[in-house]
Design a protein around this ligand. Structure first.
Ligand code: KG4
Ligand code: ZN
Length: 673
């Protein structure tokens, strides 16, 4: 996305956020025409892994403590001015997760989120998930407000706070990088009139013992700070280093603002573009580190290293237009589509997706950024890579969905987001972003169960289907038969005791080195094969209940592959794929039929990535058809993860006014029942 005017900033009210460490750092400040900074309010509090839960509630409370009457008019006629700095604020939340309202001013007397002119976010280095929560939330706020987003380093923020506290010696910021390592960074702090905090080295991650050795020459002149000292103070002091007061160890909201004010002066503030701002990572994901180590062993040299090259890969965007859509973006025309207009966001696994649905549950736009190419070489989804890709793609995907629906943020009536089940580090990106949109646009937020989304995808095929019926949900993470009593009222009749169906396809394909995801590859091969060529077990076919087990089948296929390989016999891949697939399908069909009989229904709806399997669709249709049971499945393009299905489920939740609050967290194992 190119830099536009909306990304420019020189003066105004800034909101600063940092959640890279255990301390949730917030501040609100005024950067004046001459570049000077006045801190209006500051709130730094231990968050103890609750950053996503507490962030927006704390921002809300902090803003409510800033009196607007003190804010003078700037010469551009806007609200800017000064308020008395508020005291640091680390009060705990009340039991129900909300903040005590004692310090809040009356409505109309305090600063509002829409008064903010720029957002500043700590980019780390720090806890990967922690940083992503802050960055995702900051992106959501900036998009909703329509203001620029700037990043500063969390370590720089600590250095700037030290400088503001009057320290002028050379300092070493040593933050905890976990795994017995630290993020060390050296700074010179010039005399106050020169106002320059200067970082002397690039970001690194290393063992504290190595930092101690590396900086030994300068230890006498260095003052150490940073949360790495919580663990390593003793060894630094024993080695002759001096540690600063503990109150200087953590990042602060004001430190972030000081760092930003300096960057503005030196022109190093960055583009202001919320879409392209990324966390500072100092390590690759473990999967990539292992890959590099393996390559090094093979090639005898270290492959080109560095974190930056990881970021050069941009997610593939594939749009999935349901209607003949205009791509013109108009922010002035009020949308004529029936309300409520709901923006839905999906980020539970390896697709970043956004969609707009209107009041008739019509899909106005649906955009999916698939990450499959980035995971394929690892034979499965790498959670850390997936989380990073969500952060990279989320703004572009959401704004493309708005653009294709020809609406803007202001036209929306609600924000829906997948709350679970899924990978928690992935879910939290979508959720933090969605909650920020809801907060800043003052819209309700709808938390949707991903599986319910897969189920609702059937409504795009037949909007008239009515419960009760049975749903067979089959994906990379789930295999379950569900009694849909009413929309929103579900009873799980049976599920897998071990692997999910999609997982079994993926693992067999991996064992055959065929690539990822395995489902589409194996089902394609199976078309040419003989399904009776090899007999594989049909686990629990006659168990009498509606549970599944797929790990035995997977093991049996893998054992077969090994035996053939050991004997030097070439495997007939189509026959193997067809035989494996038939074993899976036989059990699925039999259990689906039993489930329909058990609850006495004549409708089975299919959902999830594996619902794209032609042979499964056909077998269900044929066999259940013999018993007068209608089998419905989503269009091929709607079987995989997408946001339109999340929007479809959200339409009903909106009607029921079933919303989530600003402190909602992802639920990795969110149940359907
Ligand atoms: O629903 P989904 O996109 O993501 C999850 O929520 O898991 O499902 C992905 C899964 C993968 O395991 C993939 O191999 C499987 O769906 N899949 C298939 C087919 N297409 C995708 N499995 C069997 N046959 C297919 N044609
Ligand atoms: Zn799914």
């Amino acid at each position: 996305m190119q830099t536009t005017d909306k990304n420019q900033f020189s003066q105004g009210i800034c909101l600063a956020i940092d959640s890279a460490t255990e301390v949730l750092a917030l501040a609100c400040g005024h950067i004046k025409q001459d570049g000077t900074l006045e801190i209006l309010a500051e709130a730094n509090a231990p968050a103890n892994r609750r950053a996503n839960v507490e962030l927006l509630c704390r921002i809300d409370k902090m803003l409510k403590s800033v009196p607007i009457q003190n804010i003078a008019q700037d010469n551009n006629g806007e609200h800017h001015g000064s308020a008395a700095p508020q005291k640091g604020d680390g009060e705990p939340l009340t039991e129900d997760g909300h903040l005590a309202e004692d310090d809040c001013l009356a409505e109309g007397d305090h600063l509002k989120i829409s008064d903010i002119d720029a957002i500043v976010v700590g980019r780390g280095p720090g806890s990967f998930t922690g940083v992503r929560i802050g960055v995702a939330a900051a992106k959501g706020l900036a998009c909703a407000i329509g203001c620029p987003l700037f990043g500063v380093s969390t370590l720089d923020a600590i250095a700037h706070k030290a400088y503001a506290s009057g320290i002028t010696s050379k300092i070493a910021v040593i933050d905890d990088a976990m795994r017995k390592e630290v993020y060390p960074s050296l700074y010179t702090l010039k005399k106050p009139d020169e106002h320059l905090v200067c970082r002397l080295e690039p970001y690194t991650v290393e063992k504290p013992e190595d930092t101690i050795k590396r900086l030994a020459q300068e230890k006498k002149s260095l003052l150490c700070m940073g949360n790495g000292l919580i663990k390593y103070r003793d060894i630094f002091e024993e080695a002759g280093y001096t540690c600063a007061d503990e109150e200087l160890w953590a990042p602060t909201g004001s430190g972030l603002l000081y760092a930003f004010a300096q960057a503005l002066k030196t022109g190093e503030q960055g583009s202001g573009d919320a879409a392209t701002l990324l966390p500072i990572y100092t390590r690759l994901s473990d999967a990539e580190e292992n890959e590099r180590a393996a390559l090094k062993e093979k090639a005898g040299k270290i492959p080109e290293s560095g974190v930056a090259d990881y970021n050069s890969g941009v997610a593939n965007y594939s749009t999935n237009d349901k209607n003949d859509l205009k791509t013109e973006f108009s922010s002035n025309t009020k949308s004529t589509k029936p309300h409520p207009l709901i923006l839905s966001i999906e980020s539970s696994c390896d697709e970043t997706a956004a969609a707009i649905l209107d009041g008739n549950r019509q899909v106005c736009s649906s955009v999916i950024a698939s990450q499959i190419n980035f995971h394929a070489r690892f034979g499965g989804v790498v959670p850390e890579i997936a989380s990073r890709k969500h952060i990279e793609a989320i703004v572009a995907v959401v704004e493309k969905a708005l653009e294709q629906a020809n609406i803007c943020y202001k036209d929306l009536d609600a924000i829906a987001v997948t709350q679970g089940p899924g990978l928690v580090g992935c879910l939290v990106v979508g959720l933090a972003f969605a909650k920020s949109l809801g907060f800043a646009l003052d819209l309700p937020i709808i938390g949707v169960n991903h599986l319910e989304g897969h189920l609702y995808a059937n409504l795009f095929v037949d909007p008239k289907i009515k419960p009760p019926f049975v749903a067979l949900l089959v994906s990379g993470g789930h295999t379950m038969l569900v009694h849909v009593k009413k929309w929103g009222s579900y009873e799980t009749l049976g599920s897998t005791l071990d692997d999910a169906v999609g997982e079994a396809f993926d693992k067999v394909a991996k064992a055959l080195k065929l690539g990822y995801p395995g489902g589409p590859i194996l089902s394609q091969l199976a078309k040419e094969g003989n399904s009776k060529a090899i007999h594989f077990p049909r686990a629990m076919l006659h168990s009498g209940d509606l549970s599944f087990s797929l790990s035995g089948l997977k093991t049996s296929v893998i054992t077969y592959i090994k035996k053939q390989n050991d004997a030097g016999i070439k495997i007939n891949l189509p026959d193997l794929a067809a035989s494996f697939q038939a074993a899976v399908i036989d059990v699925q069909v039999s259990k689906a039929l039993n489930a329909c009989n058990q609850v006495d229904t004549h409708l089975l709806c299919l959902g999830g990535g594996v619902a794209a399997n032609d042979a499964l669709r056909e077998a269900l249709k044929t066999e259940l058809g013999k018993h007068n049971i209608r089998v419905l499945y989503p269009k091929l393009a709607d079987c995989g993860d997408n946001a339109a299905m999340i929007g479809a489920a959200a339409c009903d939740l909106y009607k029921k006014q079933q919303f989530i609050s600003l402190d909602a967290d992802p639920i990795a194992r969110m149940p359907l029942d």
